[in-house]
Design a protein around this ligand. Structure first.
Ligand code: PHE
Length: 544
């Protein structure tokens, strides 16, 4: 992409095009691949799969997610890009130019609101990756020996016992029946005496000889990242600071122009992330817990599937593919006339899905191989499980730093797209200068992000519908705003665009893998109906 083709250039000035097909795929793929794949998907799989209990699994969630990607994600992605490509403008303008002076333009307004909110909390989680890069570079992970308390070790020993077959038998004797759930048994006061006896015995055994001590030190290595993580998120000012730093980096790129640095770096760093993930995957598949991880993720198990699993899977499809908030309208507006919407969408969808699945296999292999206990429903997976893996690899500290730098980069390309969509809209609609738009929008976003940054500490008791602010903001964006945005987009492209309009954008030569009639039926009926059914289900209380 040359600078005249900079997607950042305001629409008021001459609109550019992507320099190459790769440029577009990298930008759209860069937007799609981010914390959604590396942090949120594994975390949702963990929590929707019912945690690490033996009998549960995330297969149902994963399957529903894959269906959502194919049936909703793909057609809505094509529709969203088509709207941008045809109208050559940003979210509000796109609707306005096709149906002027109607309420349609407020779909664009919703996109903008979503963009603000999304970026505000996305920066907080992305800030964690900045802190973790610093932690790796300063070798903080190697201080585990002094830092892990006896109590933490005992908790872990108890956990390991409860989940062992020997433990299960002991629990049955103690309780007189099979425990209802192993995770509840962990904290059952009726088991306190047994816990004391077992952990005393195990603790002594670990002290006894060199072998025991080596085991103890390994155990501490796996516990330490969890301690670090819970201490870190309890720090209010660190959360705010790193969110600020991350946002400043995003602003720096968006102000400087996407084409200069980001596309060049994308070409190197995105493949680098992919290669590192494949290497880690290879390594993790050799561990004992890999089989369990694969079956946890892919065995179709529906014990834990509830209506809210469906909602979460759908929301995640929108979040991960960057749908329904105008990013792809904006990026699509820089496409050239004969660019192929179908193959571009396929590339983005496949890349995005593969990365989410690979990241999950890596993280779950670590969880099961080292018996990690995720206390927070999995929110910390990326930050507690990954360092454990790295600490056990030769040269691990360096790899760990490289990993978190690549995660920052992935998050950055996503954050850029969010900011870009909002900025471009203000530039187009209100004729703001690009600089003014970037500064004002990012300042507002930062302020909005403060309650998100405080959600794990000072404001952890402030809840809306039982959720802390950050969870609530994510719930609103992923499970409501983006699906509604996507719904409106698919109706708009499905019914307001004529068949001829659609066909012009999807000529037969492009539709080998996605026949035009299939697109039409998906975008007009199936996708909208599914989104409405899930949202109504939630509205009427079937889904929490
Ligand atoms: N898709 C991004 C991710 O997976 C998040 C995102 C959502 C980016 C919406 C832009 C718009 O991290």
């Amino acid at each position: 992409m040359s600078s005249s083709k900079d997607p950042c250039s305001s629409a008021a000035s001459s609109r550019g095009n992507w320099g190459s097909k790769l440029g577009f795929i990298l930008a759209a793929g860069g937007s799609a691949v981010g914390l959604g794949n590396l942090w949120k998907f594994p975390y949702l799989a963990y929590s929707n799969g019912g945690g690490a209990g033996d009998q549960q699994g995330a297969g149902g969630f994963v399957l529903i997610y894959l269906l959502a990607v194919l049936v909703l994600g793909l057609p809505i992605m094509i529709a969203e890009m088509m709207l941008g490509k045809r109208t050559q403008t940003t979210p509000i303008g796109a609707f306005e130019s096709v149906r002027p002076h109607t309420l349609w333009k407020h779909v664009g307004t919703l996109c903008v609101i979503t963009g603000f909110l999304l970026l505000s909390y996305y920066s907080v989680i992305a800030g964690w990756t900045v802190e973790y890069t610093v932690k790796s570079v300063t070798s903080e992970f190697s201080n585990y020996d002094q830092a892990v308390s006896e109590e933490m070790v005992r908790e872990q020993l108890w956990h390991d016992f409860v989940y062992s077959s020997e433990g299960e038998a002991a629990l049955i004797i103690e309780l007189g029946q099979k425990p209802e759930s192993l995770s509840k048994a962990l904290t059952d006061p009726k088991l306190n005496t047994l816990k004391q006896v077992v952990t005393d015995q195990e603790w002594k055994r670990l002290q006894q000889n060199e072998e025991g001590q080596a085991k103890l030190s390994e155990l501490k290595k796996t516990l330490y990242p969890q301690k670090l993580f819970s201490e870190f998120i309890a720090h209010p000012w660190k959360q705010v600071l790193w969110a600020f730093v991350f946002l400043a980096m995003t602003v720096g790129v968006v102000i400087g122009g996407v084409s200069k640095g980001i596309e060049r770096w994308s070409k190197i760093l995105m493949p680098a992330l992919f290669v590192l993930l494949i290497v880690l995957l290879g390594r993790m598949l050799m561990l004992d817990g890999a089989g369990k991880a694969l079956s946890f993720l892919f065995r179709p198990s529906f014990e834990t599937v509830t209506a809210s699993t469906v909602l979460n899977a759908m929301g995640q499809a929108f979040f991960s593919l960057s749908l329904g908030m105008g990013v792809l309208i904006t990026y699509g507006s820089y496409m050239k006339k004969d660019d192929n919407l179908v193959s571009s969408s396929y590339s983005v969808v496949i890349m995005d899905t593969l990365i989410a699945l690979i990241a999950s296999v890596i993280i779950f292999s670590a969880i099961f191989s080292y018996n990690l206990v995720m206390k927070d429903g999995g929110t910390g997976n990326l930050f507690t499980a990954m360092p454990v893996i790295f600490m056990k690899l030769p040269g691990g500290i360096l790899l760990c730093a490289a990993f978190y730098i690549l995660v920052i980069f992935a998050a950055l390309t996503s954050a850029i797209s969010m900011l870009e969509a909002v900025v471009a809209t203000f530039v187009d609609e209100f004729k703001w200068s690009r600089k003014k738009a970037v500064y004002i929008i990012s300042a507002v976003t930062f302020v909005l992000g403060i309650p998100a940054a405080l959600s794990y500490n000072l404001m952890s008791n402030v809840t809306i519908m039982g959720k802390t602010w950050i969870d609530f903001a994510d719930f609103l964006c992923s499970n409501w705003f983006m699906p509604i945005g996507g719904l409106m987009l698919s109706l708009f492209v499905g019914f307001v665009f004529t068949k001829k309009d659609q066909q012009e954008e999807l000529p037969e030569a492009h539709c080998k893998w996605f026949p035009f009639p299939l697109f039409r039926v998906l975008v007009r009926y199936i996708a909208p109906v599914l989104v409405v059914v899930v949202l109504l289900g939630m509205l009427f209380g079937a889904i929490q």
